[in-house]
Design a protein around this ligand. Structure first.
Ligand SMILES: [Zn+2]
Length: 560
C-alpha cells in the first residue's frame, strides 16, 4: 500500500509541475499567451510587415527542447526555415534556455477585403525527456485594406496580341489586376488626357528581334499598357515603357514618367515550357516558387514585367536618372532602407531586401527571409517609384506614427475611470508607457490600448509624459505631455418627493459614483435602505414604508 501511495503522489507531482507554459512575448517584453499575437495587413496588395516575437521554453522544462509552431491559415507564414501549405505554416525551433527567448517572425500574405481575421497559433513544446506541452495563442489580423477605386489608371490594350494567348478572359483579368495593384498606390497627379494618335509605343516581335510602332487608337488618361503574347528561345517575358512615347504632363508641366509601354507574356511558360498557373485566389499564393523546374505563377511575372513598364525602366526619365547614378538615393529611400539602393544592369534592385517585410525587393524576388512564393510589391519598391516620379497615395504602410488623442476627460476621486489615449500610423501594434512624471494614485496606463484606467484616490492636476511606440525595435516613438485633472466629486444632492403612498428619494451625484440611501427615525440610528449599484447619476428610491413610520429621515452617503 505504501508503494501505491508513492506512485499516486509521484503522478500528482508530475501534473502540477507540468503547468508552466511555453510563453510568447513581443519585442517589448509583453507576454501574449492570453491577449494574442497581432499581425497587420497593410492597405493595398503589398508585402506585409514581418513581425518579431519571442518563444520561451516552460520554466521547469528539461532542456534542450524544441517547439513546433503551426497556424491555421493558408496566408500566414513564418520567417525562413519554415514551410507553408494550404493548411497553414509550420516552423520548428530549438530551445536551450528558459530565460532566453528564441525570435521568430510572422506575417500574412495580403488579401483585398477589409475584414480583420482571427487565427490560432499552436505551439507544441517537446522537452528533452519527451514530455510535451501544447499551447494555443490567438492571432489577430488587423486588416487596413481600404475599398477605394484607383486614382491613377492603367488601360490594358490586348489588341496587339497575335498569339491568341489573351483570348482567355481570366488571363486578361490577371494582367489588369497586376497593373491595378501597382497603380493603387499612385495619386492621379492630374495627368493630362492623351488624345487619339498622340502616343507612340513599340510592339515587339517574337524573339525580341524587331517590331513595329503603333499609335493609340483610343484616348486615355493615365497609362496605356499593350499586353500581348510572345515567345523566344529562352522563354522569357518582357516589360518596358515606351522610348518613343511622350512623358506624362500635369498642368502643362512635364513629369519624369512615361505614359505607355508593353508587357510581353511568354506563351509557353517562364524560362521553361511548363505553361502557367493562372491563379486568382489569394490563398493560392503559395502554389509555386517560380523556380525553373516548376510551373510558374502568371500573376507574379505579370506583376514583375508591369513593374518594369510602369517604373523600373530607363525609358522613364526619372528611372534613367537613378540608373545613371547606379542607385536610388532619395531621402525617403535611404531613410527607410538605411542606405542607397543599387540598380543592376537588368533594372533590378539586386541584393536589396525590403526591411519591413523581409521580401526581396523588385527583381530580387528569389531572396529574402520569408517563403519565396508569389511576387508582390514591397514598401521599398513604392519608395523607389516615388523617386522615379510617381506621387504616392496615403496608404497605411507609409503613414508616420502620430498621436490622435492627448485630451483625457477629467476624473473624480473615488469614481471608476477609463479613457484612452490614441495614435495612428506606423506598424499599428503599439506600446504605451509613462516616461516621466507619475500617474495619479490609483490609476494605471494599459500598455496595449493606451487606456488610463482605475479609481483615482486623490485630487489635483497631474502632469506626466506618455510615449507611444509602434512595432519597431529601437525606435524613440512619440512622446506627449498629458495634463490630467482629478477633481473631488461634487456634493450629493438629495430630493424628497411626495409620491402617493411611497416617498420618492432622488440622489444626484456623479456617474460612476455609488451611494447608499439611509433612513432613520431619530437622526442617530441609521439603516441602509438601498445602494446605487450601477453608479447612475440620478439614483431613485421609492420607500414602501416611508409614510407608515411615525417619523423618517433620509440621507445619502458615498460608498467608499
Ligand atoms: Zn526584370
Amino acid at each position: 500500500m505504501r508503494r501505491l501511495h508513492g506512485v499516486v503522489y509521484f503522478l500528482l507531482l508530475c501534473c502540477l509541475t507540468s503547468r508552466a507554459q511555453t510563453t510568447v512575448a513581443d519585442i517589448f517584453g509583453r507576454t501574449l499567451n492570453t491577449r494574442g499575437i497581432t499581425l497587420v495587413d497593410w492597405d493595398g496588395f503589398m508585402a506585409n510587415p514581418l513581425l518579431k516575437f519571442y518563444i520561451y521554453a516552460p520554466t521547469n522544462a528539461a532542456l534542450p527542447g524544441s517547439a513546433t509552431l503551426t497556424a491555421n491559415g493558408a496566408r500566414i507564414y513564418f520567417d525562413a526555415n519554415s514551410t507553408v501549405s494550404s493548411n497553414g505554416p509550420t516552423k520548428t525551433i530549438s530551445l536551450t534556455s528558459t530565460s532566453i527567448g528564441v525570435p521568430i517572425r510572422m506575417s500574412i500574405f495580403p488579401d483585398r477585403d477589409s475584414a480583420s481575421e482571427e487565427y490560432t497559433l499552436t505551439i507544441v513544446f517537446t522537452a528533452s525527456n519527451s514530455i510535451k506541452q501544447t499551447n494555443t495563442v490567438p492571432i489577430h489580423v488587423i486588416d487596413q485594406d481600404r475599398q477605394r477605386t484607383n486614382a491613377f489608371m492603367t488601360t490594358v490594350n490586348f489588341d496587339k496580341d497575335a498569339t491568341g494567348f489573351f483570348t482567355n478572359a481570366s488571363r486578361r483579368a490577371l494582367v489588369q489586376q497586376a497593373a491595378d495593384d501597382w497603380c493603387y498606390f499612385f495619386t492621379n497627379m492630374g495627368t493630362a488626357k492623351v488624345s487619339i494618335n498622340a502616343e507612340q509605343t513599340f510592339i515587339w516581335s517574337n524573339n525580341f528581334d524587331g517590331g513595329y510602332y503603333v499609335r493609340n487608337t483610343n484616348a486615355y488618361t493615365g497609362y496605356q499598357l499593350y499586353a500581348y503574347g510572345t515567345t523566344n528561345s529562352t522563354h522569357r517575358s518582357g516589360g518596358e515603357a515606351s522610348y518613343a512615347g511622350g512623358v506624362q504632363t500635369s498642368n502643362g508641366v512635364a513629369l519624369k514618367i512615361k505614359r505607355s509601354g508593353g508587357f510581353e507574356a511568354e506563351i509557353y511558360g517562364n524560362y521553361n515550357t511548363r505553361g502557367w498557373l493562372f491563379l486568382t485566389n489569394e490563398s493560392d499564393w503559395l502554389a509555386t516558387g517560380n523556380l525553373g523546374a516548376e510551373t510558374n505563377d502568371f500573376y507574379s511575372i505579370a506583376h514583375h514585367e508591369i513593374g518594369h513598364a510602369l517604373i523600373f525602366n530607363e525609358a522613364h526619365p526619372g528611372f534613367n536618372t537613378a540608373r545613371t547614378n547606379g542607385a536610388f538615393t532619395s531621402a525617403a529611400v535611404t531613410n527607410y532602407f538605411g542606405g542607397i539602393v543599387p540598380i543592376d544592369t537588368s533594372d533590378h534592385l539586386n541584393g536589396s531586401i525590403d526591411p519591413e517585410s523581409g521580401q526581396g525587393s523588385f527583381g530580387y524576388e528569389y531572396y529574402g527571409s520569408i517563403p519565396r512564393k508569389r511576387w508582390v510589391m514591397t514598401k521599398l519598391d513604392l519608395l523607389c517609384a516615388q523617386e522615379v516620379g510617381y506621387t504616392l497615395r496615403d496608404v497605411s504602410a507609409l503613414a508616420a506614427l502620430t498621436w490622435t488623442n492627448t485630451a483625457l476627460t477629467p476624473a473624480y476621486v473615488g469614481i471608476d475611470y477609463s479613457n484612452a489615449l490614441s495614435a495612428t500610423g506606423g506598424i499599428v501594434v503599439y506600446v504605451w508607457d509613462v516616461v516621466s512624471g507619475t500617474l495619479p494614485p490609483g490609476m494605471t496606463l494599459d500598455s496595449f490600448s493606451g487606456a488610463l484606467v482605475g479609481t483615482p484616490t486623490s485630487s489635483g492636476t497631474f502632469s506626466f509624459d506618455v510615449r507611444v511606440r509602434d512595432y519597431h525595435e529601437n525606435q524613440p516613438g512619440v512622446t506627449q505631455t498629458i495634463n490630467f485633472v482629478v477633481s473631488p466629486p461634487p456634493a450629493l444632492q438629495l430630493s424628497l418627493f411626495n409620491n402617493g403612498a411611497q416617498p420618492r428619494i432622488l440622489v444626484a451625484g456623479t456617474t460612476g459614483q455609488h451611494q447608499t440611501i439611509e433612513g432613520s427615525g431619530n437622526l442617530s440610528n441609521w439603516f441602509t435602505l438601498t445602494t446605487n449599484a450601477t453608479g447612475t447619476n440620478l439614483f431613485e428610491f421609492n420607500d414602501p414604508d416611508g409614510w407608515q413610520s411615525p417619523t423618517r429621515f433620509y440621507r445619502a452617503l458615498v460608498v467608499p
